[in-house]
Write a protein that binds this ligand. Structure first.
Ligand code: NAD
Length: 392
């Protein structure tokens, strides 16, 4: 029997398009689509004239549809918690976009509701399916660079102005970009370093996009694609930014993990180039990725010397499909989890710790850079999720 999908957020140019392009037709079908914007629903309907899809203007109506077994929550972050809680209560399997929620408490409510209802929960941290990340994990797990002690991540984002065109420009709708964008990387750091942030401190600043004078007028729609074009440069001269941004456009997060590893993550939203550059340093060497989503290399340095080139270089090909091949891979894993109980690469508990480090990082940078302790997840919830979302 096919798994009935309900899409919440119908924008085919964005995340709904990701599901649409990649879901496995042999085992699943889209049965209901919800969007609060009637124009988005109409566009979706027009592009699917032959299909019997139930169109809903609100989430409650979609959740009441018994033909829907699994929902994809693909709307802006401020609604993640409310919609995820309602979907879990309705007994639907949930694919929730990252970041899991806007607060640690919100994430904990989602974890607790999933545990109480037994509804399956999956958070879409697609970087856990990226070839460069998987290769670095394989190298670290093999012991080739010893015990990881130190992690440095630099994140350059050439299309960062995109976040200053729409809802991400404001704290009230996304909290900040260390959480919104950085939750991907914090999750990767946690996964590869084998621990979760226990204490964080951060600095960050809105330093460039607040000085750009070209602002959208009230009611004017942002041109999100503009930020991906080559002529969108330099950042002080680009057009069509949201009025009154109040999120930081560069930030620096320091983390002490619960296994003793120390890590730093630096994000800049106005660089000319784009790359996530990870370095994991262990007791017997270090690894570093050169390139991330497309064809790339992983460099391994594990002999002492004055050499200019690494000891081992792995050459990786970018995967087919969106986001470096991660979109089809994460959807395969979601359906294997929902249908067969296969434990996926992603983890709701890890998603919660990524939110915790991001939120507390924002709190730290906005209150004198003080160090803050991350509250742990309750042991009974840890046990439930460690056990593959089964009660013992
Ligand atoms: N994993 C990734 O690589 C990746 C990449 C991009 C975006 N995202 C995530 O995808 C999510 C969606 O981002 P977006 O910019 O497309 O969001 P968005 O809210 O601007 O748009 C998505 C669609 O949802 C609709 N919508 C918004 N709120 C709704 C509500 N309460 N009920 C019903 N419909 C609603 C909008 O009308 C729109 O059609 C975010 O959480 C973002 O973090 C993930």
């Amino acid at each position: 029997m096919k798994t009935g999908i309900g899409l919440i957020g119908a924008n085919l140019n964005l995340r709904a398009g990701m599901v649409e392009a990649n879901y496995p037709r042999d085992i699943a079908e889209i049965r209901a689509v919800c969007d609060r914007d009637p124009a988005m629903l109409e566009l979706y309907r027009k592009s699917h004239p032959e299909e019997k899809i139930h169109y809903c203007a609100n989430v409650r109506e979609l959740l009441a549809d018994f033909a829907v077994d699994a929902v994809f929550i693909m709307v802006r972050d401020q609604y993640h918690e409310e919609i995820a809680l309602a979907a879990l209560e309705a007994g639907k399997a949930v694919y929730l976009e990252k970041p899991m929620a806007l607060s640690v408490e919100g994430c904990d409510r989602i974890l607790a509701t999933a545990c109480r209802t037994g509804s399956r929960l999956f958070v879409g941290h697609n970087m856990r399916y990226l070839a460069s990340v998987l290769k670095m994990k394989e190298i670290i797990d093999s012991g080739a660079v010893g015990e990881i002690q130190c992690v440095w991540v630099r994140h350059f984002i050439s299309y960062g102005s995109c976040y200053f065109r729409h809802w991400c420009a404001r704290r009230e709708t996304c909290n900040g970009l260390l959480l919104q964008k950085g939750s991907h990387d914090i999750d990767v750091i946690h996964w590869l370093a084998g621990g979760y942030a226990a204490r964080v401190a951060a600095m960050g600043k809105l330093s460039v996009y607040n000085r750009n004078p070209d602002r959208l007028k009230e009611g004017e729609a942002p041109d999100r694609k503009a930020s991906f074009r080559g002529d969108c440069w330099p950042p002080l001269e680009i057009k069509g930014l949201a009025p009154d941004p109040d999120v930081e456009d560069h930030s620096m997060l320091l983390m002490q993990l619960d296994n003793g590893v120390q890590a730093s993550y630096e994000q800049c939203m106005y660089t000319p180039d784009s790359e996530r550059n990870y370095t994991f340093i262990g007791t017997r060497g270090r690894i570093e990725n050169i390139g991330d989503f497309g064809d790339c290399q992983i460099h391994v340095w594990n002999r002492r010397g004055e050499r200019k080139s690494p000891d081992i270089v792995y050459h990786l090909k970018g995967g087919d499909g969106g986001h470096g091949g991660t979109d089809p891979a994460i959807l395969r894993d979601f359906f294997a989890f929902v249908r067969e109980g296969k434990i996926p690469n992603v983890s709701p508990v890890a998603a919660r710790y990524a939110v915790a480090a991001g939120c507390l990082g924002h709190q730290s940078m906005r209150s004198g850079n003080i160090p803050l302790d991350v509250p742990p997840v309750k042991p009974e919830l840890l046990e439930y999720f460690r056990n593959g979302q089964k009660k013992t």
